[in-house]
Design a binder for this molecule. Structure first.
Ligand code: C5P
Length: 255
């Protein structure tokens, strides 16, 4: 079992939960998104290493697609083949039908002594260590919920409802002030008890991020600066961008 490094003695035990049970249909047909290769290695491995790159993180729990023992064994073997340099402990548990359910199952697998939890999408494989550290630091400083975020560069329109037929013209109902909008990323960091309460209280809700559940509890959520390299790999073009970022990092490392 891995332990927090001596420089983090006294720091609350911190674990990362990585929901990786999505199918990733927007990337096109084929293997689950987290298993898509990036620089020759599945995206999930990059995401695990990104979490373990923060010295505070001593455990990473990966939530894999449910209902497939062979699939779980494959994920375990993959991670054993690519252990993080930090020596952080790894665990793999089966997920659920929604991201929220997958996160809840990951949280349930954490040992009792974990007090701070990061929730990180497998689909954000390239988040820099400094961003992870900034989130951990803000939780350690007392914030119950911390979210990395960036200003939005596109103007955003609100429509009344999603189009019934994809591609059909959609009437605009509002244009929110862009200066007040932020695009949020992961890892989102939480005081564990706060996150567990949010998930227990809103188990039936359909939130696209964990911080949204904490907001519904009426507790404060704060933003810290995100990073452009923490983008989510959703569409085929995102894979091209991710490969380019990785290639640039490798060139930078070689010099
Ligand atoms: O679908 P979306 O891109 O928002 O998914 C975000 C993250 O949630 C991905 O890492 C995906 O694997 C994960 N997820 C999950 N369980 C689901 C659906 C999504 O772990 N049932």
């Amino acid at each position: 079992m891995a332990h927090i490094t001596p420089s983090h003695a006294g720091f609350p035990r911190t674990a990362a939960v990585i929901p990786a049970a999505g199918r990733g249909v927007r990337l096109g047909p084929g293997i689950p998104k987290a298993m898509r290769p990036l620089g020759g290695v599945p995206m999930l491995v990059h995401a695990v290493h990104a979490m373990a790159s923060s010295a505070a993180v001593s455990l990473v729990v990966v939530v894999a697609p449910p209902g497939d023992e062979e699939g779980l064994a494959k994920v375990r073997a993959l991670l054993a083949e690519h252990p993080p340099a930090s020596g952080a402990e790894l665990a793999v548990v089966p997920g659920g039908a929604t991201r929220q359910e997958s996160v809840r199952l990951g949280l349930a697998a954490l040992p009792d002594d974990v007090a701070v939890v990061l929730v990180h999408d497998a689909a954000r494989p390239l988040v820099p260590a400094a961003t992870v550290d900034a989130v951990v630091a803000a939780v350690a400083a007392g914030a119950p919920a911390v979210v990395p975020a960036l200003p939005v560069t596109d103007t955003v329109k609100r429509v009344a409802a999603p189009a019934a037929v994809p591609g059909a013209p959609e009437p605009v109902v509002a244009t929110p002030d862009r200066a007040l909008l932020r695009a949020v990323q992961t890892p989102q960091g939480f005081d564990r008890a706060t996150l567990a309460a949010a998930h227990a209280r809103h188990a039936e809700d359909d939130a696209t991020d964990c911080a949204g559940l904490v907001e519904r509890l009426g507790l404060p959520v704060v933003l810290v600066p995100g990073h452009e390299e923490a983008f989510k790999v959703t569409r085929p073009l995102d894979l091209v961008l991710a490969e380019a970022v990785l290639a640039r990092r490798r060139t930078d490392d070689a010099h």
